[in-house]
Design a protein around this ligand. Structure first.
Ligand code: 8YV
Length: 347
């Protein structure tokens, strides 16, 4: 939706804004930002703890962040000069947006550019859980495959099954489309707000209350944003409502699922299988999840194609450059800051 729009001939001035690029990113992204800003980058890709992040932000008007940097009220208070936080992610639960807004700091994210890529991966994970791909591959690698058997790694069908989607935003809708149109699935969903009838019709999706969704889904996929409200949206009580043959896939955020409760449900065959790309406290993974066989575990890579990661970096850079050069950033999270005229330094 956006592309790099920088000039190679941007004027150099000692008064150029300073920005921090908090994690290693594409060298081309750094080069582009250097045409506009004094850039402190992090090629060694250190993960900054809170105090170190706050210290590196000293004197910076902008921050290029990822999900691993927490921009909270303390970090903002230590850096009153900060004007823009451009997050290279669609999710922004690492940023205290109300605190940003209160200080006139613009936050931006990278929606749309990762929708289809993330939906591909969510669908692949769901299929992997249903058809026991990771579990059977580990069995083969252990040298345990000595003969065919009629019931070896029998899973459950994806085609024609009921696909349940919790969180029907852009990525949820892209997964629904794959299920309905590609695999003949019956799509049911729950979301804070119900989709317009014509959107429901195009996705062949039926709205259900959350408990009914949990009861009806053969394959439940979580694609909702993380917030205090969605913390442990799937815990022991919710897992108890699911079919014993069901699978659960999470490509949203750690913390939406109670990982300890899920591990217990998988161990007890309360549900058949799960597939997780995100974890509470990642990159740590709950040891009980590592110990159960019927779960596919991937290291938060749903958006990880070369093209999409590049598009995310480009969009985060578009936002940072626009916000600090008097243009309207393409994807603000708190546009009320722009409306209040709060973000831009005097030109
Ligand atoms: C990112 C994501 O890889 O966009 C998001 O919200 O979770 C992933 O695509 C990760 O957050 C890095 O910033």
């Amino acid at each position: 939706m956006t592309g790099p729009h920088s000039s190679t001939h941007a004027p150099r001035s000692p008064n150029r804004p300073a920005v921090l690029v908090a994690r290693a990113v594409f060298p081309e992204t750094i080069e582009r930002l250097r045409r506009h800003f004094e850039v402190e980058d992090n090629p060694a890709d250190h993960i900054f703890d809170k105090a170190t992040l706050a210290a590196h932000l000293a004197g910076k008007a902008g921050a290029f962040t990822t999900g691993s940097e927490r921009i909270d009220a303390d970090v903002l208070a230590e850096n009153p000069q900060l004007r823009v936080v451009a997050n290279m992610a669609v999710g922004y639960n690492n940023i205290d947006v109300p605190a940003c807004t209160a200080r006139g700091v613009l936050a931006t994210n990278t929606p749309d550019v990762l929708t289809e890529t993330t939906a591909d991966f969510g669908f692949a994970l769901m299929m992997a859980a249903a058809r026991r791909m990771a579990e059977s591959e580990r069995f083969l690698r252990r040298g345990e495959w000595t003969r065919w058997a009629y019931d070896m790694f029998t899973g459950s069908d994806v085609h024609g099954a009921t696909l349940g989607i919790l969180g029907m935003g852009r990525i949820g809708q892209a997964i629904a489309r794959r299920g309905a149109l590609g695999f003949g699935m019956r799509v049911v969903y729950h979301n804070r707000s119900r989709l317009a009838p014509e959107v429901e019709a195009s996705l062949r999706a039926r709205y259900l209350d959350k408990a009914t969704l949990l009861r009806e889904a053969d394959h439940l996929v979580l694609v909702l944003p993380y917030s205090a409200q969605s913390h442990h949206a799937i815990g022991a009580a919710e897992l108890a409502l699911m079919k014993p043959t069901a699978t659960l896939t999470n490509v949203a955020r750690g913390g939406i699922v109670d990982d300890a409760a899920l591990a217990a449900a998988l161990r007890g065959k309360r549900i058949a299988a799960a597939a997780l790309d995100v974890f509470e406290g990642e990159p740590q993974v709950h040891p009980d999840l590592l110990a159960v066989p019927n779960v596919v575990l991937t290291p938060h890579i749903a958006s990880a194609t070369v093209r999409t990661r590049r598009a995310m970096a480009d969009l985060a850079a578009d936002n940072l450059i626009a916000a600090l050069t008097g243009e309207r950033p393409p994807t603000p999270v708190n546009p009320e800051v722009l409306a209040a005229g709060g973000v831009l330094p005097p030109r």
